[in-house]
Design a protein. Structure first.
Lengths: 276, 437
């Protein structure tokens, strides 16, 4: 009897999980569907779910009007570059704070986070003036720099919490066995920190990929990433949903694929340390 | 032989040097709408005639563009050579000396052919600071079949009493047909564009001559009461989230008997590829209350050059090309007369081919003529602008007030509460900005 209830519970919870999953995924599915509709069908009330005239004309129009690959390449460089640099700075920072904390470590961490407390638009004009003066407007270097700075506090915080989970006793044991600092880092710490590093990297990559304030405001043509590409397809007057959906589908495709392949690390990293 | 060699070498040198004319690259910032995208597609016609100029486009959504361009021009960032700006920005930016006056558009440009109201809107002290690319006003679009069936006849210049009465008669909620569709979504360019224009026709104004906000006036109360009551009785459900696009979809699906909005909508609602009611649409001037002002606005997307640009000559050439009579002919020859950017030149409205292709042309012109940015309402005002006041603070105030009015429409606040909140918010902002002591 008890077993039957368990099976039924399993069925119910599986169904519920699928339902919730579908609900969360629905906006993306809807966007993909809309990208294959004509503008008129995309706006139709009531909307049609699958039975409409499927067309790829939006993708053709979007590619004709703007250079997707130019924008995608910029996005890859900006998101990838800013993430890598942020990791390079954050790993030693988090490491030292996690393993040799001082009296002020907590204050330093809080101070770092405080830079995220101001809305970015508050510093738009000063940053814009600095960028103008040093010639960084509309350059990938400039965007890598600003996104790296913007995400650095989050990266350090995430890494700090992961590193703190690593028991110090293991390090001590390694030392007792005569491991040098280099060996300790490579053979003991790194394997244990990989899930944390991977998920931080991925999350930061996604954050940088989706960042739409600085990338829109500090780029014009040469450095314009996919956020600018999408912003050019929205309009308050006129029908644009189908084309906007096509542009958005193209814009999220690379990160969606990346996320799909690395979901194991992502989930493992995000729940790391949650269960003791 | 030597001579021949010299000649060949000379010719070769010429051939090699020919393509290397110093290139000027223009970066044009523009909004995403049909006319601008069409211009983007026709750029090769311009560069073919001007091989020393190449053109690159930055297309952005209107509000993103406004923020982007404002940041750049205020900091003299120099990222753009040609800007697409509206009639709201032109007077403000020209007074700040942010724009280059356009006085070298060429002998055959024919400035006097520009519609006087539009030309005024993009000029300061008689100097043209932006060249209008397309102009629009607002008007009533209505379903002739529904009006015939109900035995109603729309006058060319209806009163609000007539519109309210007709909207109630034409509403058939069981059939999903609503008497009137109007903007309700909050925003200075959304519901406030419509409501400010409507308020003008009721004799209301944003500020008196001393910049004192006027939302406590009986005229504003009458405007907002009429609007809210009308939409409750004859408007579609959820109207407080409807903007241009939502109402366009409703009208095209046959759910609105009347729609008051931008004149550019006329080409969409009469296009059989988009609209299920294309053959049954009539046009009339925006309504009035007999006070001499109709509830229509005036807007023109225009091309301007930021001050400090190092490419003024090339930019001016491009602007002259894009806003010329020849450009209209070019569009007509490629995509038909109905796709020519409307509302900027008198000659277009004398062209029989255009008048034939665009049944809404006469009413568009009449609507533009009926709007007066210098005297938008019945009483005198200290500001310029029909559906806005051309001061830098207006975007913020307009959106704040728009949120109050949208809430009154959705029923989450009353008309009186919305007006008094609008009054106090506007008073506070105007004091802070130093207009009122």
């Amino acid at each position: 009897m008890a077993r039957m209830v368990t099976t039924r519970n399993k069925v119910i919870s599986t169904a519920a999980a699928w339902l919730v999953g579908f609900l969360i995924f629905f906006p993306i599915l809807w966007m993909v569907l809309a990208s294959f509709k004509t503008e008129l069908e995309a706006f139709a009330i009531p909307p049609s779910f699958l039975f409409f005239h499927w067309t790829t004309e939006n993708y053709v129009t979007v590619q004709e009007r703007s250079d997707y690959f130019h924008h995608a390449l910029n996005s890859i460089i900006i998101a990838g570059g800013s993430t890598l640099i942020a990791m390079l700075i954050a790993i030693p920072a988090a490491w030292s704070m996690a393993f040799s904390p001082t009296k002020r470590t907590k204050d330093v961490l809080l101070w770092m986070l405080s830079t995220k407390m101001m809305p970015p638009v508050g510093v738009l004009v000063p940053i814009y003036l600095i960028f103008r003066t040093v010639g960084l407007l509309d350059t990938r270097t400039g965007l890598v720099f600003i996104l790296c700075l913007g995400n650095l506090p989050i990266v350090i915080w995430m890494l700090f919490t992961y590193f703190k989970e690593i028991p110090k006793d293991i390090l001590e044991a390694a030392r007792m066995d005569g491991a040098t600092i280099g060996r300790e880092l490579i053979y003991v710490l790194t394997p244990m920190a990989v899930p944390g590093l991977a998920s931080t990297l991925l999350l930061n990559l996604i954050l940088a990929w989706n960042e739409a304030f600085w990338t829109l405001n500090l780029s014009t043509l040469e450095a314009a990433p996919l956020t600018v590409f999408i912003a050019s397809y929205s309009s308050p007057e006129g029908l644009f949903w189908a084309k906007l959906s096509a542009a958005s589908t193209l814009a999220i495709a690379p990160i969606l694929v990346l996320g799909w392949f690395s979901q194991r690390q992502l989930v493992r990293g995000l729940t790391f340390g949650a269960v003791k | 032989m030597k001579n021949v060699l010299c000649a060949v070498a000379g010719a070769a040198a010429l051939l090699i040097s020919a393509p290397s004319i110093a290139q000027t690259t223009l970066t044009v910032a523009t909004v995403n709408n049909g006319d601008m995208i069409r211009m983007q597609g026709l750029t090769s016609e311009f560069t073919a005639k001007n091989p020393d100029i190449s053109v690159k486009w930055v297309t952005l959504e209107e509000n993103v563009l406004r923020q982007r361009v404002t940041t750049d021009i205020a900091t003299k960032g120099g990222q753009f050579d040609v800007l697409t700006i509206g009639t709201y920005e032109v007077p403000i930016w020209a007074k700040k000396s942010w724009l280059v006056p356009l006085d070298k558009l060429g002998a055959d440009y024919d400035v006097n052919d520009l519609l006087p109201k539009i030309r005024d809107a993009v000029s300061v002290d008689g100097k043209l600071y932006a060249a209008p690319f397309y102009g629009e006003s607002s008007m009533v679009m209505y379903r002739t079949d529904l009006f015939d069936k109900a035995g109603l006849k729309m006058p060319d210049s209806p009163t609000w009493d007539f519109v309210v009465d007709a909207a109630k008669k034409l509403t058939d909620k069981s059939a999903g047909v609503y008497g009137i569709c109007l903007r309700g979504k909050a925003g200075w360019g959304e519901n406030m564009a419509f409501l400010t224009a409507m308020a003008n026709s009721f004799g209301a104004r944003w500020f008196d001559e001393k910049w004192e906000p006027q939302f406590n006036s009986p005229e504003w109360k009458k405007t907002l009461t009429t609007y809210v009551d009308l939409m409750k009785q004859a408007g579609p459900p959820g109207a407080s989230s409807n903007g241009f696009n939502e109402n366009l979809a409703l009208f095209n699906a046959g759910k609105c008997a009347m729609w008051i909005d931008a004149t550019v909508a006329a080409s969409f609602v009469t296009n059989p590829a988009q609209s299920t009611v294309a053959g049954n649409v009539g046009f009339a001037l925006a309504p009035n209350t007999g006070l001499g002002k109709n509830a229509n606005w005036l807007w023109a997307w225009s091309l301007a050059i930021p001050a400090g640009s190092k490419k003024v000559d090339a930019a001016e050439k491009f602007i002259a090309w894009a806003t010329s009579k020849d450009y209209s002919k070019l569009v007509a020859s490629r995509e038909g007369w109905s796709n020519v950017p409307p509302g900027t030149r008198a000659s277009l409205y004398q062209n029989p081919e255009y008048l034939k292709a665009a049944p809404f042309a006469k009413m568009t012109l009449a609507s533009i003529d009926a709007a007066d940015p210098s005297h938008p309402t019945v009483k005198p005002v200290p500001y310029v602008g029909v559906q806005y006041a051309a001061i830098p603070e207006f975007q913020g105030i307009g959106t704040q007030v728009g949120q109050q009015f949208s809430a009154a429409l959705s029923g989450s606040t009353t008309v009186d509460a919305a007006l008094s909140a609008a009054q106090s918010a506007t008073e506070r902002e105007m004091k802070r900005a130093g207009y009122v002591k």
